[in-house]
Design a protein around this ligand. Sequence first.
Ligand SMILES: C[S@@+](CC[C@H](N)C(=O)[O-])C[C@H]1O[C@@H](n2cnc3c(N)ncnc32)[C@H](O)[C@@H]1O
Ligand SMILES: O=S(=O)(c1ccc2c(c1)CN[C@@H](CF)C2)N1CCSCC1
Length: 266
Amino acid sequence: MSTTGVSAVAQSYQMFNPRAYLQNNYMPPRANFASEDFVVPWKLRCLADAFATGEVCGHTLIDIGTGPTIYQLLSACDFFEEIVATDYLEVNRDVIHSWVRGEDPCAFDWSPYIQHVCRIEGKGEPWKEKEQKLKKKLKKIFPIDVHQHNPLGSLLSQPADALVSSFCLEAVSPDRQSFDQALQNVTTLLKPGGHFLMIGALEESFYLAGEAKLQVVPVSERDVQEAFAKSGYCIRNFRSYTMPPSLKIGVDDVQGVFFIHAQKST
Ligand SMILES: C[S@@+](CC[C@H](N)C(=O)[O-])C[C@H]1O[C@@H](n2cnc3c(N)ncnc32)[C@H](O)[C@@H]1O
Ligand SMILES: O=S(=O)(c1ccc2c(c1)CN[C@@H](CF)C2)N1CCSCC1
C-alpha cells in the first residue's frame, strides 16, 4: 500500500465540501427520477431489489463511507435493528447527525429519494414513516479509515450482519493495490456469510466537491469483481450502468456505475 498516496488522499479530503458534493450529485437536474432508465432510480432499484430478496437481514448493518448522504440506507431500514453510519470526516458525520435530529431547516431534502423508494418497494409505506424509521435506526455514527487494518478501531464490538457502501473505496484509494487492501480491511467488519452491497464509480479519475478536487482510482467491472473474489466473496449479483453524455457536466469524469451484491465466505 502506498502510504504517501493514502496521506495525500487524506489531505485532499480536508477541503471536501458536503453541500457542494450534494449539489453536484444529488440535486436536479442531474438527479432525475423521471424514468427508471436514469441513474438515480437505477441505483435505488438495485438496492431495493437486493433487500427484497429477504436474504440481506440481521441485527446490524454498517455503511462504509456514508458521507453526507442517506439514500443508500432507505431500503435497508426494514431489515435491520441497527444501522451504523461511518465517515472519515467529522463534517460529514455532523451532516448525518443533524439530519437524524431534524434540527437544521437548511438540511438537504431527501424526500424525493424517500418517496421514490416507497413507490418502488410497493408496500404503500408513507414516506414520512420510512424517514422516521431510518432516523430511529441510525443510532451510531462512527469515524472510519478504510486504510487501517481495523477500520473502526475499537468501536465495533462484533462483526456486522451486512455492509453497504456507495462511491467510497475507489474515491479514497490512490491505486488498485490500496483499493484491494481497503476491501480486505472493511471485510474484517463483516461476519462470515454476511452480505456486502456496494455501489461505485467505473473508470472515474476525479471528482469535485467545492474547492476540493479528489483523485479516484479508475476501476473496471473486472477489477471490482477480482477484488471481491480476492477478498473471499461469492458474487451473488453484478450490474452496471453506462453514464449518458448528458450527465457528464464536469464535476467528475465517471463513465459508469456498478452495483455488486457479494456474500462473504463462511
Ligand atoms: C464520494 S464520497 C461517497 C459519499 C456517499 N457514500 C455517496 O454515496 O455519495 C466518499 C466518502 O468517503 C469518505 N472518506 C474519505 N477518506 C476515507 C477513508 N480513508 N476511509 C473511509 N471513508 C473515507 C469521504 O469523507 C466521503 O464522505
Ligand atoms: O448517482 S450517480 O451516478 C453518482 C453519485 C455520486 C458520485 C458519482 C456518481 C460519481 N462520482 C462519485 C465520486 F466518488 C460520487 N449520479 C451521477 C449522474 S447525476 C446523478 C448522480
